[in-house]
Design a protein around this ligand. Sequence first.
Ligand code: TRH
Length: 394
Amino acid sequence: MAATRTWDIFCSVIDNYGDIGVSWRLARSLAREQGAQVRLWVDDLAAFQRIRPDIRPGHAQQSCDGVTVCAWRPDMPAVYPADVVIEAFGCALPEAYVANMAARSPPPVWINLEYLSAESWVAGHHGLPSPHPRLPLTKYFFFPGYTEQTGGLLRERDLLARRAHFVRHDTAAYWQSLGVPPPVAGEWRISLFAYENPALVELLEVWCAGAEPVTLLVPEGRILPQLAAWFGQPGLHAGDSARRGMLEVRVLPFASQDEYDHLLWACDLNFVRGEDSCVRAQWAARPLVWQAYPQAEAAHHDKLDALLAIYTAGLEPLAARAVQGTWQRWNGVPGAPEVAACWAGWRARRGELARHAVAWQAGLATQPGLVETLTEFVENKLSEAVRARNRGSV
Ligand code: TRH
């Protein structure tokens, strides 16, 4: 039987919920599925509480789903480093902690968990070592990704089974729990999780004047002021709804991570943003529109194009154009077609796009998940380190 490993995962919350969203998923899966002893160090427990409401922001240490969650403060006490140390998204470990890592023999396996991208350069950088300039330590870059040459995607072992069960048995009860009537024939149920977006008005106009009813479900967040302005209202809050033409908007409370999955599973189409919700929408096996996290010099457009290229590869031209055009317009790509033209494609190819999302999810599911690739990578490095130490002591 494999030894129980200890892991320290460090997460600094820069902005939004993606950093803690990914770090928490990783920590929980390692504990649940690999029997690992995980400490998760987080510098903003209030942000964590948004996606996991039972987290208590004032506590220095607490246990959650078998993970020890620690407040990462500047005055962090000296601790003995774990077997494996994850620096999420280059968050920069405390110097004293790094010094303690170097004092361990063998030293911990040190991983910098990188951001997800479908760009082709990722495969060439995945797993590369970076020796520490002064200390006998090596950090490895670990890239999530969409191919077997990368670290794969986060996916809990039981995720697809839970989704299938929900879709088959629980969707009606879910709508009821939200106080939303069951969908009528032809209706679109669409979720919207987005940053501020100039293309929103166009989209709302199209849906408002459309042929089918659209119910837009919006978790509380940054897009609400724009939405409220379009309805001519001073503000919109959880529990509010508004209607114009064929469009009805319902504002939902920001849910826990697990409940948000239910929304993605229940909708016909999901607008998602950043990284983690984008991956969850793909596991939801529903069509998606992705808003990439905006970066300087429009670097996110490369990320967008890379995912679009692989996602639309198997689609027939009208369906592919609908997806490409909408994603590009939604991300402010110069020259992208207007939303109205794209939406006509979504309507005409609704069935094909729905089937494609199912096939896409099934294709991704044939690849090993990130937790498996990461633990295998770590075990290899730990064995190498032990061999190197033994050679040195002969
Ligand atoms: O919040 P984000 O915009 O995070 C971003 C990106 O990850 C980006 O790469 C990063 O650099 C930047 O933050 C700092 O989008 P993302 O990645 O989808 O994360 C949102 C998390 O919030 C995800 O784990 C799902 C979760 N969530 C809920 O738990 N409940 C909800 O109701 C919603 C809408 C989301």
